[in-house]
Design a protein around this ligand. Sequence first.
Ligand SMILES: C[S@@+](CC[C@H](N)C(=O)[O-])C[C@H]1O[C@@H](n2cnc3c(N)ncnc32)[C@H](O)[C@@H]1O
Length: 234
Amino acid sequence: MSAFHTLYSGLDREGPGLPGDVLWALDRLGVSGGVRVCDAGCGSGADTATLAGALHEATIEAVDLMDHLAAEAADRCASLANVTVRAGDMSNLSGPYDLIWSAGAIYFLGVTEGLAAWKPALAEGGAVAFSQAVRTVPDDADVERFWADYPALTDLEGIFAQTRAAGFDVIDHRLIVGAPWVAYYRSLAAGIVALSTDPDPELQAVLEQSWTEISNWRAAPDRIAYALVLARPA
Ligand SMILES: C[S@@+](CC[C@H](N)C(=O)[O-])C[C@H]1O[C@@H](n2cnc3c(N)ncnc32)[C@H](O)[C@@H]1O
């Protein structure tokens, strides 16, 4: 296992987000009953489990590129009869799905490219809910420092434009800011502390890098955010 995976395996999730975000999206999109849902880029399956808990009659498929994360998600959801998890590439989903949920993962495809790839996999009336890093304020040195390795960073209007460019309407959005990041970084910090005496220099470099990320977030916790965007084909 790489040093990165040593630190990140065992975290509750791989990015900020809370069950309430999933429930808000289901409510706003009117998703209920025997629907077909995909958790694209599911990571270790935190949201997959929330989706399954909220949608007992649904069929839920979760997919992640990384074998070890798909395996963690499969373990987490082992007792949930309506969930299947597979390792695979979310850029070629077959569907049809009434909802594609994707937390913190569309970035790897690009918002427009990812939505365009998912469109054919949506059932009639289907929707996508995705979260994506967003610039909440212009010209803020702390925010720019935090997102320095994230060249695709844009503001809400930029994300909406990328969504529309894929032929989607924006239905609603909300910011993921504050508490979800506290929870995420609290678990990451606990992992750093637990591994802090490990002699592996490669692992120590990863711990240092992650600690810097947490410190940078602490400089602007009210301005570092994801946008959770709900969209449907126009
Ligand atoms: C920031 S993590 C978010 C994981 C999870 N959704 C969460 O919120 O905890 C992004 C995930 O996207 C996955 N990913 C990246 N590119 C992918 C692809 N082409 N197909 C499937 N998964 C991908 C990564 O392996 C990673 O687990």
